[in-house]
Design a protein around this ligand. Structure first.
Ligand code: NAD
Ligand code: DAU
Length: 352
């Protein structure tokens, strides 16, 4: 049985990927996660007792642990989701972003290289290191055009800069040491298990409590939304059939302004909660001071992934948003438990 080391598999996308691997493939999953505020074992509860899923609490920066996992589980591929992922937190405290996203990725790469060098010919040829990256490394777009795999890096936030640094390390480990790496740069994800500091779950949970829905600036910043399972499928296809050393852009071709996203959510809430005392939920919208350095617009041209690997998103934004809202309405205990007391929905990344 093939064995995949998934890092950050108790977080939003990593956990969705782990669920996808267990449901759709026959691989064994070694799930290494530090369980920061963003990592939650509740998200993995449906896998309890599943012999194909092994959870290890630990840090990608722990050299001995990573070496041991690679060797003991005869790992065939590493998929690196582990990261500090929230832009607003990176504005308040960038150090953890450098530690995990840059130094942690370096550690994983270096351990993977040493392990890979000791494999036999077939093991070496089949091994992959897949870096899960973001479209934010490319900076910000004007009103037209999209990011492609050849767009120069121009990261604007500490988060984006840390991811860009990690991507450069991944690239260098391929060019210098021949490590068979793959990089995916994806646009904004949404769906089940997203920590409620990010726009969509934050708005849902605040609206349920009748709290103000903070829209940064004038709400006209644009994000290109992709349902998380479509991202997971893209990563799997790249892992299976991507060419080592290559980069693949992943995006939903679903650009919306933040104001459109919040307005659609409010309309869905009105429809699904006809007895809510907060209807119409649109009255809760509040324009607040903008995020410092707020990137104007992201959009990914996923032509390469579509034409080379036959990937295309299966979920439309409006139906995916409805599914996501229904999921949050049905999993309010999950929401309460992941908000462990350290984060209560307050504004991050902006001086009081
Ligand atoms: P998340 O914050 O929900 O989850 C991150 C996970 O990594 C958590 O479970 C956390 O405990 C774990 N982690 C953090 N530091 C660690 C360390 N040092 N060692 C081991 N585990 C550690 O993030 P997410 O939104 O699921 O993003 C996952 C990855 O995908 C990140 O690399 C992010 O940059 C990338 N990405 C995210 C999006 C998005 O829209 N969320 C889009 C494109 C790319
Ligand atoms: O593009 C991919 C990136 O998408 C990932 O690499 C990041 O890990 C992920 O967090 C996400 O980054 P964003 O900064 O785009 O996501 P966030 O949900 O924080 O914000 C989405 C947009 O909504 C952004 O333009 C800022 C705005 N926003 C956000 C919050 C939290 C608001 O208007 N109000 C808010 O309260």
């Amino acid at each position: 049985m093939r064995s995949i080391l998934v890092t950050g598999g108790a977080g939003f996308i990593g956990a969705n990927f782990v669920h996808f691997l267990i449901a759709e493939t026959a691989v064994q999953v070694i799930n290494l996660d530090k369980l920061t505020y963003a990592g939650n074992l509740d998200t993995l509860a449906p896998l309890r007792g599943n012999g194909r899923h092994v959870f290890i609490e630990g840090d990608i920066g722990d050299r001995d642990l990573v070496r041991r996992l690679l060797r003991d589980y005869r790992v065939d591929a590493v998929v690196n989701f582990a990261a500090e992922s929230h832009v607003d937190r990176s504005i308040e405290g960038p150090a953890a972003f450098i530690e995990t996203n840059v130094v942690g990725t370096f550690n994983l790469l270096d351990c993977a290289r040493a392990y890979w060098a000791g494999l036999g010919v077939a093991g070496k040829a089949g091994f992959r290191f897949l870096q899960v990256s973001t479209d934010e490394v490319y900076g910000s777009l004007g009103p037209t055009g999209s990011f492609t795999e050849t767009t120069p890096y121009a990261p604007n936030s500490p988060y984006a800069a840390s991811k860009a640094a990690a991507d450069h390390l991944v690239r260098a480990w391929h060019h210098t040491y021949d490590l068979p790496v793959l990089t995916t740069n994806c646009s904004n994800n949404y769906g089940p298990y997203q920590f409620p500091e990010k726009l969509i779950p934050l708005v849902i949970l605040k609206a349920l409590r009748g709290e103000r829905l903070p829209i940064y600036g004038d709400g006209s910043n644009v994000r290109d939304w992709l349902y998380v399972t479509d991202h997971c499928r893209a990563i799997w296809q790249v892992l299976e059939a991507g060419r080592p050393g290559e980069v693949y852009g992943v995006g939903g071709a679903s650009e919306r302004t933040n104001l459109q996203v919040v307005t659609t959510l409010c309309e869905l809430l009105d429809e699904l909660l006809p007895h809510s005392p907060y209807r119409p939920h649109g009255q809760l919208k509040e324009f607040v001071a903008d995020r410092p350095g707020h990137d104007r617009r992201y959009a990914i041209d996923a032509h390469k992934l579509r034409s080379e690997l036959g990937w295309k998103p299966q979920e439309h934004f409006e139906s995916g948003l409805r599914r996501t809202l229904v999921w949050y309405l049905e999993h309010q205990i999950w929401c309460e438990r992941v908000m462990d007391g350290s984060y209560r929905g307050e504004r991050l990344g902006f001086p009081p």
